[in-house]
Ligand binder design. Structure first.
Ligand code: CIR
Length: 265
């Protein structure tokens, strides 16, 4: 599938997702209390999310359900895909390490693969790519050894890695994501704006701490309905916000970015 992207180039995009695990209710939780999850609703919402990806121009490739891996719908954490290479992570939560082999298999033939090795840990949710810089959240999930291994893996391709301190949130992309060619959406209570020079910073509405997580596809921004005030503010600045209801995966501490891995074909 192709789409007309900004600046007149035609880009084909693949979005890898994974069917929601029947074990989702047994997910890892760090900052939230456990609440009942409606699995059937989670699956319907996930299907609508995949449709939003298609509507934004992605070819969606859904990986098979992993019944024994509660958090496996959150594919973002298992890999960082760049144009030149894919880095298969070693997730910080031991319960999630069995999610990576099938992601590696899905990318085989599409990218050269490298792997984060023990004692390194790295979650893809901590890696925010802004052009040739990979900002990595120094979170409880991504350790110094993992960040160093990432830096070594991508340096030959001209990427720089910057470690970014965080507070009170799970991943860097809980706190900041890109919403246009020159803007990032950011929660100043969780990460400092000064780490992202060269980008205009749009703060979340203070009443919506989880509002900094957005998926940019071309010029469309896929965004959770749970953050209506920030969504309205983004729309007022001309951003094409595409709302999706993620209430059930949000109970598992997932946002919109973590349910897909998007890259150029
Ligand atoms: C976890 O704690 O690993 C999952 N319950 C949530 C992961 C969300 N991933 C992400 O934001 N990248």
């Amino acid at each position: 599938m192709t789409l007309q992207a900004c600046k007149g180039t035609t880009i084909a995009r693949i979005a890898i997702t994974r069917a929601v695990s029947r074990a989702l209710e047994h997910c890892e939780l760090t900052h939230l209390a456990r609440r009942p999850i409606d699995l059937a609703l989670a699956r319907r919402q996930h299907a609508a999310y995949e449709q939003a990806l298609r509507d934004a121009g992605c070819e969606v490739r859904q990986l098979a359900e992993q019944p024994d891996h509660p958090d496996s719908v959150f594919v973002e954490d298992t890999v960082i895909v760049l144009d030149e290479v894919a880095v298969i992570t070693r997730p910080g939560a031991a319960s999630r390490r069995g999610e990576t082999p099938s992601m590696a298999a899905a990318l085989n033939g599409l990218r050269e693969l490298v792997h984060i090795e023990a004692p390194g840990t790295l979650d893809g949710g901590d890696v925010l790519r802004l052009d040739r810089t990979l900002y990595v959240g120094a979170s409880a999930r991504s350790n110094a050894a993992g960040i160093t291994q990432l830096a070594r893996s991508v340096a030959p391709f001209g990427y720089r890695v910057e470690s970014v301190p965080l507070r009170d949130c799970l991943h860097l992309k809980s706190a900041v994501t890109r919403i246009s060619v020159d803007r990032v959406l950011l929660n100043p209570a969780w990460v400092e704006a000064r780490h992202f020079p060269g980008f205009d910073v749009v703060p979340v509405d203070p009443s919506e701490p989880h509002a900094a997580n957005a998926v940019l596809v071309g010029e469309a921004v896929i965004y959770a309905v749970s953050c209506p005030r920030t969504a309205e503010a983004l729309r007022k600045t001309g951003i094409d916000v595409r709302s999706v209801d993620m209430s059930e995966t949000e109970k598992a501490e997932g946002g919109v970015t973590c349910c897909s891995v998007i890259f150029s074909a």
